[in-house]
Design a binder for this molecule. Structure first.
Ligand code: ZN
Length: 393
C-alpha cells in the first residue's frame, strides 16, 4: 500500500540546500520534489534517548525542515553507550538541549523546537498538533500508550520503535490507514513482566538499527514514496541477524480505533493504566518497606539480617550491597528458592529500584514469611544515600 505524501513541497530549495542534499536529489524517487517536502516537514521526536538519538541525527542530516525534541531528562553517563547524540561533555545537561546542539551542528538549516518537559495528558495534544509526524522513542508503556492514544485522537501518523537486549521492533501506526498500537497490544503487559532497558539492558548499536528504520519510514511517509510499514510489524533479531515482517490487522474491536470505540479521550492516568507494580506488590510493601539508611543502621547495629538481592546475576556482578545474597526474583516467584529463606532471621529484599523486590516480597509473604521487608529504591538508593563511590547503572 503506497500512501500520498504527508507534506506539501516547499516553494524552492536554495543553492546551499541543493549542494547539501545533492545525493538525495539525484535519487529519482526523492528528487527535488521529495527534498522540498522534507524541507517543509515538521517532525516531533518523543525522547532524545536510545532511539531518539540516531533518529534525530538522521532526520536532521536528511533535511527535515523542523525538528521538535521533547525530553525532560538530563544526560547520564550510563546513556553514552547508546545515546550517541550526546557526548561526554553533555553529562548533566538537559537531553533536549544537548540533542538540539548536535542537530544544529549536523545541519544548521534545520529549525529546532525544544520541549524541555515531560509529555503528559495536559500538553500532549497541543504539542502533537504542531507536527506532521511523530517518531516515538519512548521506553515505557505509560508514555507509549499515551503517544498512541493522542496520535489516534488527533489523526496523526507515528513511527514506533522498541528495543530490548538484542531484539528490536518497529512499525508505523496510523489509524486512518491501518492499525494502532492498541490493535497490536490491547493491554499493557502485567507490571514487572517486561523489564525496561534500565532493568534488562540493551545492546547499544541496536538503537541505530531500529532508529534508522524509524527514520526510513518517516522519510517515506513525508515524501510519499515506497511502501510504508503501516499494518506490518518489523521484528529484528541482532543475534540471528534476521528481519521478519509480521502482518498486523486493524482490530475492529479496538477500544480506540475500532468500530465502537470506548476510549474517546486521553486516559486520566497512564501510569495507573500500566501499573507501576501489581496490586499484590502494592499491598505487600505496606508497613514492610525500609530505607537504605535503615538497612545500614540494622547492619551496623549487628542485627541478624538475611539480605537478599533479587536482581539478575549480571547486575549482581556490576554492583552489590555488602552482605547481600543473590536469589533472582524468578526463582522466588516460581517457589524454587523458597527453601533457601531462613525462618528465624530478618529477611530484607532489594533489587535495583524497588519494583522487582516488591513483587518478590508479595510472593514471600504469601509463602508465610510475613516479617520480610524490602528496601525502598533498591541498590540505587543505597548508592545515593550510603555509598556514592559505587557505580550506579
Ligand atoms: Zn486500534
Amino acid at each position: 500500500m503506497s500512501l500520498p505524501p504527508l507534506v506539501e513541497p516547499a516553494a524552492e530549495l536554495t543553492v546551499d540546500e541543493i549542494r547539501r542534499y545533492s545525493r538525495h536529489l539525484i535519487i529519482p524517487d526523492v528528487g527535488v520534489e521529495g527534498q522540498k517536502r522534507l524541507k517543509n516537514a515538521r517532525v516531533l521526536c518523543v525522547g532524545a534517548g536510545g532511539l531518539g538519538s540516531p533518529a534525530l541525527m538522521y532526520l536532521a542530516a536528511a533535511g527535515v525542515g523542523t525538528l521538535g525534541i521533547i525530553d525532560f531528562d538530563t544526560v547520564d553517563e550510563s546513556n553514552l553507550q547508546r545515546q550517541v547524540i550526546h557526548g561526554q561533555s553533555d553529562v548533566g545537561r538537559s537531553k533536549a538541549e544537548s540533542a538540539a546542539a548536535t542537530v544544529r551542528e549536523i545541519n544548521p538549516l534545520v529549525t529546532v523546537e525544544i520541549h524541555n518537559t515531560a509529555l503528559d495528558r495536559e500538553n500532549v495534544r497541543d504539542i502533537f498538533s504542531r507536527y506532521d509526524l511523530i517518531v516515538d522513542g519512548t521506553d515505557n508503556f505509560a508514555t507509549r500508550y499515551m503517544v498512541n492514544d493522542a496520535a489516534v485522537l488527533l489523526g496523526k501518523p507515528y513511527v514506533w520503535g522498541s528495543i530490548y537486549r538484542f531484539d528490536g521492533q518497529a512499525s508505523v501506526f496510523w489509524a486512518e490507514h491501518g492499525p494502532c498500537y492498541r490493535c497490536l497490544y490491547p493491554e499493557p503487559p502485567p507490571p514487572g513482566m517486561v523489564p525496561s532497558c534500565a532493568e534488562g539492558g540493551v545492546l547499544g548499536v541496536l538503537c541505530a538499527s531500529i532508529g534508522s528504520i524509524q527514520v526510513n519510514e518517516a522519510i517515506k511517509l513525508l515524501a510519499g514514496i515506497g511502501e510504508p510499514l503501516v499494518g506490518r510489524l518489523m521484528v529484528y533479531d541482532a543475534l540471528e541477524m534476521s528481519y521478519r515482517k509480521i502482518k498486523v490487522r486493524k482490530d475492529p474491536d479496538c477500544v480506540l480505533c475500532g468500530e465502537n470505540p470506548t476510549v474517546t479521550d486521553l486516559l486520566e492516568d497512564y501510569e495507573d493504566f500500566c501499573g507501576a507494580v501489581s496490586v499484590e506488590a502494592q499491598e505487600a510493601v505496606v508497613d514492610a518497606t525500609i530505607t537504605a539508611v535503615e538497612l545500614k543502621e540494622w547492619q551496623d547495629a549487628g542485627k541478624d539480617v538475611f539480605l537478599v538481592d533479587v536482581r539478575e546475576p549480571a547486575e549482581y556482578e556490576i554492583v552489590r550491597i555488602p552482605g547481600a545474597t543473590l536469589i533472582p526474583k524468578g526463582e522466588i516467584l516460581s517457589g524454587e528458592a523458597l527453601s533457601r529463606f531462613p525462618q528465624d532471621r530478618q529477611i530484607v529484599l532489594h533489587c535495583k529500584s524497588g519494583v522487582r523486590s516488591a513483587e518478590a516480597l508479595a510472593a514471600l509473604k504469601a509463602a508465610g514469611f510475613t516479617d520480610a521487608v524490602h528496601v525502598q529504591g533498591g541498590v540505587l538508593s543505597w548508592i545515593k544515600q550510603i555509598d556514592p563511590s559505587l557505580p550506579a547503572y
